[in-house]
Design a protein around this ligand. Structure first.
Ligand code: SF4
Length: 368
């Protein structure tokens, strides 16, 4: 009573320009893309391509590779030509690698012109080369690498105003040369600063925004910090592409990003496990069972909601609502398909029986 109504849909997305990162549009209402960054040495082409294949299978739309050395820059053509998703080159101080990345077919480059403007005219040359090749540029401002003069103006704090001022100044260095194919990230480790910074940025420019909580931490902490910040911003229509930064393998970052978008209805959910937390009524090891079901259904060919319930109190209700479900108890599992009990199996056969029924279901909705 008296609670605000929860909107069923995200309100209108913030209006932004659109850029094309290879075949992936970003901004102007395009589907919100998920990104990550490889952790292999980029010069190790095979290892990098293996990791790219893995993150692509997990739902990654755009992948970034670090280019700190000549060997890494030299490896870019072999990577871009075989990557199934657009590759973004992440470059910090060496303008020559930016030109190499553009020539190598990178779909975008992350570079901050503030880092390279000491090299005569290089910002203009990059603007010309990127403009001619149709390669957008991402400007990324991190709390840890803010220009000392900006920090001074803000009392030494990387606050939202400092992050936004720095990002817009970086943009202006390209705008001077008529280049506006930009997207921006303003990252901080504190979700509250991230939320305030992106709100400010969203109001002050029309560039597409790349959301990120930087140095978010290990998997659980980092995923929650990112989900809180992204959830609030995305629910306000702010954000065009996301990267969950975790001290965990890139594939985990991609899964977390996909879950965030799916939770807000911004990306179709392929597999949803509805499993109970367990309580004193529990008659099965529900945590282990839920993990086994999740592993068994990973990559299942049709979208599915699978209920895994630990007793007969809420079990039948949830199982009836799902495509496939099990209500466990007394060493057995009652298997549900689209609301009907189809069989009862011993506990040891629950996962197998769920998979069997799911495959039967899949055969009725997809070509054999
Ligand atoms: Fe407890 Fe049963 Fe609910 Fe699971 S389904 S939380 S075991 S009451």
């Amino acid at each position: 009573l008296g609670l605000p109504e929860v909107p069923a849909h995200i309100p209108l997305r913030r209006h932004s320009r659109r850029i094309d990162v290879g075949r992936v549009p970003v901004g102007d209402g395009a589907p919100i893309s998920v990104q990550t960054m490889t952790t292999t040495p980029t010069a190790d082409v095979d290892a990098t391509l293996r990791q790219i294949a893995e993150v692509t299978a997990a739902g990654c739309d755009i992948v970034r590779v670090a280019v700190p050395s000549r060997d890494d820059a030299d490896a870019l053509p072999a990577i871009t030509s075989r990557s199934p998703i657009p590759v973004v080159a992440d470059i910090h101080f060496q303008p020559r690698y930016v030109f190499q990345a553009i020539d190598a077919g990178c779909a975008a480059v992350r570079v901050n012109p503030g880092n390279i403007r000491k090299f005569d005219d290089k910002v203009r040359e990059i603007a010309v080369a990127a403009g001619a090749a149709g390669v957008p540029i991402r400007i990324g401002v991190n709390a840890g690498s803010l220009d000392p003069r900006v920090l001074d103006r803000h009392g030494g704090h990387a606050n939202p105003e400092a992050l936004v001022e720095s990002a817009l100044w970086e943009c202006s260095l390209f705008e001077e040369h008529g280049f506006r194919d930009l997207k921006i990230a303003v990252k901080h480790h504190d979700p509250r600063t991230v939320i305030a910074a992106y709100r400010l940025l969203a109001a002050r420019c029309d560039y597409p925004l790349h959301l990120g909580v930087t140095e978010a931490g290990p998997s659980l902490q980092g995923s929650i910090k990112s989900a809180v910040a992204f959830g609030i911003l995305l629910a306000e229509g702010i954000g065009d592409t996301i990267r969950v930064s975790l001290s965990a393998p890139p594939v985990e970052q991609v899964k977390a990003g996909c879950h965030i978008l799916q939770s807000l209805g911004l990306r179709p959910r392929r597999l949803e496990i509805v499993s109970c937390p367990g309580c004193g009524r529990l008659q099965v090891d529900i945590h282990r069972l839920a993990r086994r079901v999740e592993a068994a259904f990973e990559g299942f060919p049709i979208p599915l909601r699978v209920a895994v319930m630990g007793c007969v109190v809420n079990g039948p209700g949830e199982s009836r609502e799902a495509d496939i479900g099990v209500s466990s108890g007394n060493g057995k599992g009652q298997i549900f398909v689209r609301g009907e009990v189809v069989k009862t199996v011993p506990e040891s056969r629950i996962v197998e029986a769920l998979l069997e029924e799911a495959l039967n279901l899949a055969s009725t909705v997809s070509p054999p």
